[in-house]
Design a protein around this ligand. Structure first.
Ligand SMILES: Cc1ncc(COP(=O)(O)O)c(C=O)c1O
Length: 358
């Protein structure tokens, strides 16, 4: 029996615009090969850096284009090694590991269905060492799929200003929207003095290109660029030039629509299957992104269910891996087909319903 994976938070192969990218990579090399194949600036491929700067209305010197946005997270962790960082609970596990590897103390701050709990944030700010920054994923969060409400976005931007708190807004999923209106980003609301913004072309074009970026407050620009120089001299310019060619041709918007249609159908399949199969559970209802956060009935241990689930042919990531409660799990709908989603949820529900599990 094929295992159905709700664990893999990656795009299904049909989301990747392979043919178009092959053409863009060739065109990028033909047009600008001598630049793309040499060492260049640590900040990234100039035309792409300029495009991102224009998109966010900032000076290009504030944009650092990295080998995936996680690379930028490593630079930030190096820059703030040994300090204290506030994180959402639950949050994406990789930054937690990167921060821990650099001796950063992380303080979890509670969330609810509307995103980060700002009263809990205020309490965390009042206690302990002054944090170097707050790491937040306000839109279609990994792992919970939750989105910070607009009202809280305004309040968080104010809190950042009031407390001189640096906020890192990690936003790789914001453009992967299936329905509803996009709320303003924290970066837009605050103006970019206290909010650093990171995003990536991993979910909007292809993760294998490894093109992510940071829009930094001026105070961090030089430090992070120096870390990039000492790490790799130049990031991989071919991926960046390929992305730039894709943007230049006007392929980006149509691709976003195509991906939203593919993933929206998967999100719908998962929500409907959960409704049908797991009436006693709760789950998030994201308008985009890759993930649904499942809260199983109180007393269910999602980590303990993992082995029997694998035997039954379905996998997921237990919420505890992200700092969540034992009865929670992250279900990715991005990788599997709608049919597999229906069958996977059915397999999972059959296990959860067994009386001994609860
Ligand atoms: C919230 C979040 N940030 C960053 C990343 C990593 O993105 P990149 O491929 O640009 O390193 C991911 C990937 O899953 C993610 O979920």
């Amino acid at each position: 029996m094929e295992t159905i994976s709700f664990a893999r938070g990656i795009p299904a192969p049909e989301c990747l615009p392979v043919e178009e990218l092959a053409d863009c990579a060739r065109a990028a090399l033909e047009r600008d090969g001598a630049t793309v194949l040499s060492y260049g600036s640590a900040g990234g491929y100039r035309p792409l850096r300029d495009w991102i700067a224009a998109h966010h209305g900032v000076d290009p010197t504030r944009v650092l284009v990295t080998n995936g946005s996680l690379q930028g997270m490593v630079f930030l962790a190096e820059r703030f090694a040994g300090e204290r960082v506030l994180v959402e609970a639950p949050t994406y596990d990789r930054p937690l590991k990167i921060l821990a590897a650099h001796g950063v103390e992380t303080t979890p701050v509670a969330m609810d269905d509307e995103g980060l709990d700002l009263d809990a944030l205020t309490r965390a700010l009042e206690r302990g060492r002054r944090p170097a920054f707050l790491y937040t994923i306000p839109t279609f969060q990994n792992p919970s799929g939750r989105t910070l409400s607009e009202e809280r976005r305004h309040r968080l931007a104010e809190l950042a200003r009031e407390h001189g708190l640096l906020v890192l807004e990690d936003d790789p999923y914001g453009l992967v929207r299936f329905d509803g209106e996009a709320p303003p980003t924290l970066f837009e609301l605050e103006g970019g003095r206290h909010v650093a913004y990171s995003s990536s072309f991993s979910k909007t074009i292809a993760p294998g290109l490894r093109v992510g970026y940071f829009v930094l407050p001026q105070v961090l620009e030089q430090d992070l660029e120096a870390l990039a120089t000492s790490t790799y001299i130049t990031p991989v310019l071919l991926g960046q030039a390929t992305v730039f060619e894709f943007l230049r041709r006007g392929n980006f918007e149509p691709n976003l629509e195509r991906v939203a249609t593919l993933l929206g159908a998967r999100r719908d399949a998962m929500l409907q299957a959960l409704e049908r199969e797991l009436p006693d559970a709760r789950w998030s209802r994201p308008q985009g992104g890759y993930f649904i956060w499942l809260e199983l009935p109180e007393g269910t241990d999602a980590a303990a269910l993992l082995d029997p689930a694998a035997e039954a042919g379905v996998t997921y990531v237990p919420g505890t891996d992200f700092g969540g409660a034992p009865n929670t799990a992250r279900l990715a709908f991005s990788f599997v087909s709608p049919d597999e989603i229906r069958e996977g949820v059915r397999r999972l529900a059959a296990l959860v319903r067994e009386p001994l599990r609860v």
